[in-house]
Ligand binder design. Structure first.
Ligand code: UD1
Length: 381
């Protein structure tokens, strides 16, 4: 069976975006629409607000009834809804974001996390293949590397045990997708390992909208800046890093979204090494390009900037962006945190033709615009 992406222009390609109403999903939908792709979002709105679709239309200039964007409100566990979706729309490729993602909650509710993330993906893959759809880009995470042996992390770095069920689901799903390809080489799989996505679309219309008190650094800092929270707790200042605070590779969510567009191009055989071969020692499995010219195999790519920033660097960058000082206090280390990680980005540059364009200051400026225009997120919009 020929790859459904073969020889198609964006205008003739339909992308199913699971979790497309969420933070990274919504930014990816914007980038896809702006390039002419047809998009079907499937999202159960368990951690998203449908106002995001009005905002996406505002950014892209799409009319409410424009068929370029469709929305199905359903969970990936809902086989009947998936059947209807694949029967209704001529889906060529899936970008799969849908999943629970709160690290702490995953420790308390492991069954919910494994059920939603792992079982849900199994249902999605089964229905997709029955409809002849065997192209998938998966939303993975640098969390699969666990405690790094050294930085920067290349894709060939060994995976270590995740310290929580959320991270385990990412690791397991990478394995499930890899085995799916091994069992049936008509599949094309891209595993995108995100580092720390932050920032927002520069329109200030969409951005991260966490429920309750944020767990992650940037939304926390932003809510201190807007006056909703008192001060940032800095989790440890005795790490073996230049200023003692944790170092991460923060990447602008719009850059990340564009990485997904690049992954679609890679699958269709557009960029990358001519024979589909991989860098020696790489963890990817990649057969030669298929006779039809499309990519075959499992492509694994880090999406990061390659730069590490400390918690204090982030606080200072956000202060520059919002023009006020951000109070913070040093607290004990958070369980499960690592000192430092940042990405080696050569592979994504060479094979996907993708690299991050925006620096930390820009991420904070855009994040601040979103937060200050929407202090309560999409709520009440
Ligand atoms: C976390 C998850 C990771 C997940 C990612 C998604 C953990 C242990 N890891 O990554 O699995 O893929 O989010 O975005 O939760 N920090 C503070 N104060 C805060 C919050 C964070 O000092 O209030 C520090 C942390 O110690 C860390 C850095 O800020 O050094 C970034 O933390 P965070 O934004 O939570 O991301 P990660 O822990 O890197």
């Amino acid at each position: 069976m020929a790859n459904r992406l073969l020889g198609k222009q964006a205008q003739d390609t339909t992308v199913l975006v699971t979790g497309g109403a969420g933070f990274i999903g919504s930014h990816t939908v914007v980038e896809l629409l702006q390039r002419g792709y047809n998009v079907v979002v499937l999202d159960d709105l368990s951690n998203a607000n449908p106002v995001v679709f009005d905002r996406i239309r505002q950014i892209t200039g799409l009319a409410a009834d424009d068929p370029q964007l469709a929305f199905v409100e359903a969970s990936i566990l809902d086989r009947a809804a998936l059947e209807r979706t694949f029967s209704t729309f001529p889906i060529d490729v899936i970008i799969h974001f849908a999943g629970f993602k709160a690290v702490g909650e995953s420790v308390e509710k492991p069954l919910e996390y494994y059920w939603n993330n792992v079982a849900g993906t199994l249902v999605l893959l089964d229905v997709a293949r029955q409809h002849g759809v065997k192209n998938i880009v998966f939303s993975s995470s640098a969390t699969v590397y666990g405690e790094p042996d050294s930085v920067p992390l290349t894709e060939a770095a060994p995976k270590h045990n995740a310290t929580n069920p959320y991270g385990q689901t990412k690791s397991m799903l990478e394995q499930i997708l890899t085995d799916t390809y091994i069992g049936d080489d008509e599949w094309n799989v891209v595993l995108l390992r995100y580092f720390n996505p932050i920032g927002a679309h520069d329109s200030g219309l969409i951005g991260e909208d966490p429920k309750g008190i944020p767990n992650n650094l940037l939304p926390y800092v932003a809510q201190v800046a807007v006056g909703k929270l008192e001060r940032v707790g800095v989790f440890g200042d005795d790490y073996p890093t230049p200023d003692g605070t944790g170092v991460r590779d923060y990447v602008h969510v719009v850059d990340l979204a564009r990485g997904h567009v690049a992954a679609l191009g890679w699958m269709a055989g557009a960029s990358g090494t001519p024979d589909g071969g991989v860098v020696a020692g790489d963890a990817s499995i990649s057969g030669p390009a298929a006779a039809d010219g499309t990519r075959r195999g499992v492509g694994i790519f880090n999406l990061g900037t390659g730069n590490g920033s400390s918690v204090i660097d982030v606080i200072h960058a956000f202060e520059r962006a919002c023009g006020q000082s951000i109070p913070y206090e040093v607290k004990p280390r958070r369980a499960g945190d690592i000192a430092e990680n940042y990405a080696a980005v050569d592979k994504a540059r060479e094979q996907l033709g993708w690299q991050a364009a925006y620096d930390l200051d820009r991420m904070c400026e855009d994040g601040w615009r979103w937060q200050s225009n929407n202090p309560n997120g999409f709520e009440g919009a």
